[in-house]
Design a protein around this ligand. Structure first.
Ligand code: PEP
Ligand code: MG
Length: 589
């Protein structure tokens, strides 16, 4: 780590604002990188020392794993902690250890290169076995081998479950499964070198009400763990080693923002009705069962998007039908009589499951790959467990189902055929479910948008996932910070597409919701409503600002805004029009 380069004086690093809030605290540096293992000869008189070094690394690894086990046991429970038993067994594997020593004696090469060679051979052998249990051993060996190598090379290997003492998490990137494992009471803020506003880790930060800044390029190279950071999630900035003067200034800003947020929260108790008397449905996006408390706290009209993959990502085992049934039932019961839209598993892409490497092979283009409904249709047993769980839970509350990443009518029909099979299975066992369960499809692939007229005939509602729809329409990877400035929700192609999807849905008399991040952005919410979108669904903490604006505007004006936006030719013009609309209303309110 280039400690000599780190800033001792105050330094401002500008990134992209991803989740609002201001915080000040010490950094917890979290670096995930592929290890480079050097290979060199060991002098004959140093060979005994090399073996001792190996034994010490194995011992240090054992102690680290035991420490993590204790932390996981405390935060997530003993079932999760038991996963690490398998890791301890790898450390005791005599074949792996004695083969490494034999390799060392035969070649005279440094011990890390010998250990790397032998562990890679084991990983490959286990990964190729046609038995799920044995294949999982490959993942265990890989994890443990990385730890041993980190110890031999003198790096610290880390896990976010080691996060304690309220720190600012600073990472080059955070995978959704990393994010799912963060203890929210210990993360003051999340800041990353890469990423964008719609990366899934950021979406999680927003629901956790944790300030986040992304796209900070090389922040991880400028600081080290323990450095003091001020994170400004409003402006997307991080100040390294802030001076007293800067802290004072930000303290003032924080007070102002808190006052403003307090006013929004007070207004949030009132209904979302426009000045011309039109009631607007504002729903919540949730990732975890315990977020039902946020849904109530922010007075959301139930859940418009339950991202169920986070039940999978927070664990290294696939949740059973029964576990999922309990989870969905408890959400439905907690929020009754409001409805809950459960999205079937959208895993893969930037959301591979940890500990299930054999199900998620590495892909060159993960966002164009084996993800969501594609993964579910290729793994019918996993899909059916989830569908049966949703159906069974539908007997206990107003549950609706929707499929992610549908590309056209055929795929929707295939998903519905699997659902029909599940209904038959439950019927034959006399297990109750709602036979009239409403089933919708997300519109987030351009081919679905252009065939919305066909899809609308085969489902009960649409929910537009603008995060993905924009990524695919504009060919902008939603997690690539280098091109994040080109990710333009106001692009005429986006506005025209939204307009045509809403028109086609309404022709078939089905409702349209938007559940991408655009819905929770007070700049775009009026435009969406003006285009005819029926419902908006967003992270609960975003509801107050959107509701405040809705209560300050007329729907007739929003319709005019949309009509004007459809005449404009550039994203910049449309954005300016939307910003002006919001600014004028909020100022005069
Ligand atoms: C979307 O794509 O807009 C969406 C809501 O789904 P996700 O962000 O989970 O991909
Ligand atoms: Mg999506």
């Amino acid at each position: 780590m280039p400690t000599d380069k780190r800033a001792k004086t105050e330094t401002l690093v500008q990134g992209i604002s991803a989740s609002q809030g201001i915080t000040y605290g010490q950094a917890f540096l979290y670096i995930q990188s592929d290890l480079e293992v050097p290979s060199y000869d060991i002098e004959p008189d140093k060979q005994a020392e090399e073996i001792v070094r190996f034994e010490q690394a194995l011992l240090a690894t054992r102690q680290q794993i035991q420490k993590i086990m204790a932390a996981v046991d405390k935060n997530l429970g003993s079932d999760e902690a038991q996963i690490f038993d398998a890791h301890l067994l790898v450390l005791e594997d005599q074949a792996l250890i004695s083969e490494t020593i034999r390799e060392f004696e035969n070649t005279g090469k440094n011990i890390e290169s010998c250990f790397n060679k032998i562990s890679q051979r084991y990983i490959k052998a286990f990964a190729e076995i046609d038995d799920e249990y044995l294949r999982e051993r490959a993942t265990d060996i890989r994890d443990v081998a990385q730890r041993v190598l980190h110890n031999l090379l003198g790096h610290s290997s880390q896990s976010l479950s080691q996060l304690v003492d309220k720190r600012v998490v600073v990472a080059n990137d955070i995978s959704p499964s990393d994010a799912a494992g963060i203890d929210r009471s210990q993360a003051l803020a999340i800041v990353t070198d890469s990423g964008s506003k719609t990366s899934h880790a950021v979406i999680v930060a927003r629901s956790m009400k944790v300030p986040a800044v992304v796209g900070l390029r090389d922040l991880t190279r400028q600081i080290q763990s323990g450095d003091w950071l001020l994170v400004d999630g409003y402006e997307g900035a991080v100040v390294i080693n802030p001076s007293q003067q800067t802290l004072f200034r930000y303290g003032q800003i924080q007070l102002q923002k808190k006052g403003h947020e307090q006013r929004l929260l007070e207004a949030n108790r009132r209904p979302a009705v426009t000045l011309d008397g039109v009631a607007v449905t504002l729903r919540a996006n949730i990732e975890k069962v315990d977020e039902t408390s946020l849904v109530k706290e922010y007075f959301a009209d139930g859940v418009g998007l339950f991202r169920t993959e986070f039940l999978y990502l927070g664990s290294s085992t696939i949740p059973t039908e029964e576990q999922q049934y309990q989870a969905y039932k408890s959400v439905a019961e907690a929020l009754a009589p409001s409805s809950v839209v459960i999205r079937s598993l959208d895993i893969g892409g930037d959301k591979p499951m940890a500990g299930q490497a054999h199900l998620f092979p590495k892909e060159d283009n993960p966002f164009l790959g084996y993800r969501a409904i594609r993964f579910c249709l290729a793994n019918p047993e996993i899909f059916k467990d989830q569908l049966r769980a949703v159906l069974r839970a539908s007997a206990h509350g107003d549950i609706r189902l929707m499929y992610p990443m549908i590309s056209g009518r055929e795929e929707l029909a295939r998903a519905n055929a699997v659902l029909a099979e599940c209904k038959e299975e439950l019927k034959s066992k006399k297990i109750p479910f709602n036979a009239e369960l409403q089933v919708g499809t997300m519109i987030e692939i351009p081919s679905a948008a252009t065939t919305a007229d066909l899809l609308a005939k085969d489902c009960d509602f649409f929910s537009i996932g603008t995060n993905d729809l924009i990524q695919y329409l504009l060919a902008i990877d939603r997690v690539n910070d280098r091109i994040a400035h080109l990710y333009e929700p106001a692009h005429p192609a986006v506005i025209r597409t939204l307009n045509s999807v809403v028109t086609e849905a309404h022709k078939q008399k089905i409702k349209v919701s938007v559940c991408g991040e655009m819905a929770g952005d007070a700049v775009y919410a009026p435009l969406l409503l003006g285009l005819g979108v029926d419902e908006l669904s967003m992270a609960p903490p975003l509801i107050p600002a959107v509701k405040y604006l809705i209560r300050s505007m007329k729907l007739s004006d929003a319709r005019k805004l949309a009509a004007d936006a459809l005449q404009l030719t550039t994203a910049a013009e449309i954005l300016a029009l939307c910003e002006e609309f919001s600014r004028a209303r909020v100022k005069s309110a």
